[in-house]
Design a protein around this ligand. Structure first.
Ligand code: BGC
Length: 382
């Protein structure tokens, strides 16, 4: 369904039903509500995604929409261009147009409390998608990956790329010392701290025994952070690091990067300084999301690794969770301890992720149908 038609339908539904969730007490209040007795085709699910500048969120938006439509629901998907007021406005509008459930991947996890209060007042269940919405009582469920473990995988991949570990986790031949630099994600995204903690806990013993050295001395998450996960911001920081800490022939051996877009910024900065030639190899650079441009860089030996988080599985989980809420049931959680959003521990369903090195592209990404071999070859989704 086209977006304009979806919205028109949503508006019509809102007129007929009033705020259709109003009759219910909301998922947080024990489930059920007006929605439980309605057919899926009479129900509208609002899906708020952060941005279309990253492939991952485009894929998430498409997969959630397809899954919900297949389950029979009407769907209103909105992307907010990484702009917080735009996302607030989009969620406000979904609520006033009578959404029956909300699936939200927040830009700033602390900026949606007002919207969530309104959703709760209207009895609309809220599912936090991939990123935890913080500082609100009214987050009913969280579907995500095991974010701490993603960080462990990134730290392990950096050590593997340096040859300190082998791919099977056993000790490798290389002893160092290796010069590494550390990048973190956007601090308004709850995930950034989890990725960082998992990675740093993994790297700390090697920092402590001198196997790894951070010549810039920038080892705190605030120093390493990248606002909005922005590629250009990461490129500028890498350029600054090269200028300040790598004069006179000191080489960067590895870079911890939490996301493929950040990795591409880092790679551009390094290439501009002559890295990537035969006598000046690229450092080992990690990533996340298996974005197609980065998968090609891995195939070409430019980036060392990424983390594959199968957005199809996350979308399926969002659909299953939505269906449970709208049937007046409690969705199944597999973690009820980890994700404290500052007000409460949000019941969560965590999925597994995989490290992708060059050898893993075929089995993990192509054989599973995530990309075609042609897309990997072109570095572009078709
Ligand atoms: C997601 C990552 C993604 C990052 C940047 C995080 O919240 O979990 O998969 O790389 O945002 O979009």
């Amino acid at each position: 369904m086209s977006r304009s038609r979806t919205i028109a339908t949503a508006a019509a539904a809102a007129l007929v039903l009033g705020l259709s969730g109003c009759g219910g007490e909301g998922a947080g209040g024990g489930g059920g509500g007006a929605a439980a007795s309605e057919a899926p085709e009479d129900l509208v699910i609002g899906v708020a995604m952060p941005t279309q500048t990253s492939e991952r969120w485009i894929a998430d938006g498409a997969a959630v929409q397809a899954g919900l439509e297949e389950a029979g629901y009407q769907v209103d998907v909105q992307f907010a261009g990484d702009d917080i007021p735009t996302q607030q406005q989009q969620v406000d509008q979904m609520i006033t147009q009578g959404a029956d459930a909300l699936v939200i991947a927040a830009i700033d996890g602390t900026a949606l409390s007002g919207q969530l209060d309104a959703a709760a007042a209207a009895g609309i269940p809220v599912i936090s998608y991939d990123r935890l919405i913080r500082d609100s009582e009214n987050v009913d469920f969280y579907v995500t990956f095991d974010n701490y473990n993603v960080g462990v995988q990134q730290g392990t991949a950096l050590l593997t790329g340096l040859g300190v570990l082998n791919e099977d986790g056993s000790p490798g031949q290389a002893e160092g010392p290796f010069n590494v630099e550390l990048f973190a994600g956007s601090l308004d995204d709850n995930n950034a701290q989890f990725f960082w903690d998992g990675a740093i806990d993994t790297l700390q013993p090697y920092l402590d025994d001198g196997t790894l050295v951070v010549p810039s001395g920038q080892t705190g998450i605030e120093q390493a952070a990248t606002l909005r996960w922005d590629q250009g911001t990461a490129q500028r920081r890498m350029e600054d690091l090269l200028t300040s800490s790598y004069a006179g022939g000191t080489r960067v051996d590895g870079v911890l990067s939490p996301y493929d877009g950040i990795s591409r910024g880092i790679i551009t900065a390094l290439q501009n300084r002559g890295y990537g030639g035969a006598d000046n190899p690229m450092p080992a650079i990690t990533g996340q999301d298996a974005e197609i441009a980065s998968v090609k860089l891995i195939a070409d030996g430019v980036q060392d690794s990424t983390i594959f988080k199968d957005t199809r599985k996350l979308a399926d989980q969002a659909v299953v969770t939505t269906e449970a809420f709208l049937a007046g049931e409690e969705p199944e959680a597999n973690d009820t301890e980890t994700y404290d959003n500052g007000v409460k521990v949000v019941p969560s369903y965590l999925l597994d992720s995989d490290v992708v090195y060059a050898d893993d592209i075929q089995p993990l990404l192509v054989d599973s149908g995530y990309y075609t071999a042609e897309e990997v070859e072109a570095g572009q989704a078709s």
